[in-house]
Design a protein around this ligand. Structure first.
Ligand code: CUA
Length: 383
């Protein structure tokens, strides 16, 4: 009887321990799909931060094992024995100078071991590298002013509730929610906010620097290899903070130059009848108040993302909706469905977004399915 109850207790304990471990894993956000892992660095800043993290891990692990080991040893060594006299207190010791000074010195030493690489990485992060070949004029073939040619590729990053604008002042390009950069080149990011505090975090490449209203923050990044990387706002900035994602496409040199050439062009004229209908609706339904489309003389709003080449983006709604097919390229059908869903049900996808608010903050009337289809047909020509 007693054996059964003991077994039952053991089983319950094991179950609870397993459950706690599982819940702990859930809370920690661990995932096998490591799209946003700081532990998989793909650039020098992320690598420096990873190395620093590992120094801290080893030092704290050493402290944990040493202190835990000493505690276990003491518990075992001074355990109660059968012949102990319960009324008699064993000898107690106080104030051993050697132990006390030793512990203080050891603590200082461990802190120094962490502090030195920390300061080194901080300085490294905030010192724009002057390495050969990083100046824009040394690798970019397109037309540049003399001043631009002498500087590193610069991107002005602007954080909005809840999306990102990426402006390339030297190249005359503005895009949204997708940071396109060339592989192996230093890129300087000027980080600004239009409203509240946001934080730029591209885990595999670099992180994190805040975008603070009224303050000019910056950072530099470099990506080692081409790829599609996942980023995220890392500072709570309102109800849709969790949906303030972004993507970064790291391209080879040649692809980056081709991308720049393409993005510099204005949007094509709407020639087909069905497309022209969508273009007209885009103006009539007040989309033009918030969005710019270069080449469309009415669309000059600046509150929302620049849509000049919206159909060339691999994601939609600040990275929430993926426009790519299995081969990693844009799937036009998927993109059409996403655009429709986003324009029709944006509040459902990103609660609190300002899509149907005009300049005065007043709610405008949502569109009919037919109107949305026409606007989507127009937007899909903006590639
Ligand atoms: Cu922007 Cu959180």
């Amino acid at each position: 009887m007693m054996l059964v109850s003991t077994l039952k207790r053991c089983f319950v304990r094991a179950f609870l321990a397993g459950l706690s471990f599982f819940l702990l894993l859930c809370v920690s956000g661990c995932s096998f799909k490591t799209k946003q892992s700081s532990l998989d660095p793909k650039g020098p800043i992320a690598l420096a931060q990873y190395d620093l993290f590992m120094v801290t891990v080893w030092v704290t692990l050493f402290i944990f094992v040493t202190v835990g080991g000493a505690l276990l040893w003491v518990v075992w060594r001074f355990r109660q024995r059968p012949d102990d006299d319960d009324d008699h207190m064993p000898n107690q010791s106080h104030g051993n100078p050697l132990v006390e000074v030793g512990l203080i010195v050891a603590s200082i030493l461990l802190l120094v071991i962490i502090a030195v690489p920390t300061l080194r990485v901080l300085v490294y992060t905030f010192e724009l590298p002057e390495d050969e070949g990083s100046k824009l004029g040394q690798w970019y073939q397109g037309p540049l002013t003399e001043e631009d040619a002498e500087t590193i590729l610069t991107v002005n990053v602007m954080g909005y509730q809840w999306w990102w604008a990426f402006e390339y002042p030297q190249l005359g390009i503005t895009t949204a929610n997708e940071l396109v950069i060339p592989e192996g080149k230093v890129v300087k990011l000027n980080l600004r906010s239009a409203d509240v505090i946001h934080s730029f975090w591209l885990p595999k490449i670099a992180g994190k620097v805040d975008l603070i209203p009224g303050r000019a923050n910056w950072m530099w990044i470099k990506a080692d290899e081409p790829g599609h990387y996942y980023g995220q706002c890392a500072e709570f900035c309102g109800s849709a903070h969790a949906y303030m994602l972004f993507r970064s496409d790291v391209l080879s040199h040649r692809d980056f130059e081709a991308w720049v050439e393409y993005q510099k062009k204005d949007a094509p004229e709407a020639l087909e009848v069905s497309v022209a209908a969508g273009e007209r609706l885009f103006a009539e339904k007040t989309c033009i108040q918030c969005h710019t489309i270069r080449g469309n003389q009415y669309a000059m709003g600046i509150k929302g993302p620049d849509l000049t080449h919206v159909a060339s983006r691999k994601s939609l709604a600040a990275g929430i909706m993926d426009n790519r097919g299995v081969d990693g390229r844009i799937d036009r059908l998927k993109q059409r469905e996403n655009l429709f869903e986003w324009i029709k049900n944006s509040q459902h996808i990103k609660p609190g977004n300002l899509m149907y608010h005009d300049d005065a903050g007043l709610k405008t009337v949502p569109l009919s399915d037919d109107d949305v289809h026409k606007i989507v047909a127009y937007l899909q020509t903006l590639n």
